[in-house]
Design a protein around this ligand. Structure first.
Ligand SMILES: Cc1cc2nc3c(=O)[nH]c(=O)nc-3n(C[C@H](O)[C@H](O)[C@H](O)COP(=O)(O)O)c2cc1C
Length: 207
């Protein structure tokens, strides 16, 4: 597979930038699968694995997504846009089997399993919109795996949260329990942005 650079984790974290200008070079399907494989391996609460991915390559759909993302131009310029979603019903199901599995391997005590199972029952009564924000935490980790793994293939990405999620759900005729949480344009960078400023570490450590 072309360009599998296999950066160290430290190098990937340091080199990653949000990319907002892409070359039109296409991306091999095998590379997209590698990125999704990195997402698949992400950790999740109770191993619930609620992430789902829509791979968008056709120009008309990318233009529609761009329109639903306040016309942020790089959406349609990227050869591939991933629409990252969470499946809230899948999350609840995954939690139940995840807790059972954790109980069986002894990672969670009976007490912890009971608390988590009660939590699942409560969440299932809360309604999809009320829990989708907390479920989205899990997808965030999967997205960052994609962003870091993309560097191994010379690809750039940009997290995008500024879009109309309900309109994106309608665009793809998804049911209510599928909640779009991010758009991730992916492509060969056509810019080399300088690193955005970060706060010094000492400011981040609480007394
Ligand atoms: C949750 C989240 C949402 C973001 N949404 C957008 C977005 O809608 N549009 C955009 O251009 N950048 C977006 N970004 C990218 C940030 O602006 C960027 O990560 C930040 O400025 C730091 O720059 P860096 O990623 O190059 O280090 C988002 C980043 C995150 C983590």
């Amino acid at each position: 597979m072309k360009n599998d650079l296999a950066l160290s984790t430290r190098e990937a974290i340091a080199q990653r930038r949000s990319i907002r200008k892409f070359k039109s070079d296409p991306i091999d399907d095998a590379v997209i699968r590698e990125l999704l494989e990195a997402a698949r391996l992400a950790p999740s609460g109770c191993n619930s694995q609620p992430w789902r991915f829509k791979i968008v390559k056709d120009d008309a759909t990318k233009q529609q997504l761009q329109g639903l993302a306040f016309d942020q131009k790089f959406v349609s310029e990227a050869p591939v846009v991933l629409v990252v979603c969470v499946d809230v019903l899948g999350y609840l199901e995954g939690r139940v089997s995840g807790v059972q599995d954790m109980g069986e391997i002894g990672a969670f005590s009976d007490n912890v399993c009971e608390v988590l199972n009660k939590g699942t029952q409560m969440k299932s009564k809360m309604g999809i919109d009320a829990i989708s924000a907390s479920v989205a935490f899990n997808a965030a980790i999967a997205i960052e795996h994609i962003a870091l793994r993309a560097l191994d293939f010379g690809l750039g990405t940009c997290w995008m949260r500024l879009f109309n999620d309900k309109a994106v759900r309608e665009l793809f005729n998804w049911e209510q329990h599928i909640s779009p949480v991010a758009l991730i344009p992916i492509g060969t960078p056509d810019e080399t942005p300088t690193a955005r400023k970060r706060r010094p570490l000492d400011e981040l450590i609480l007394d």
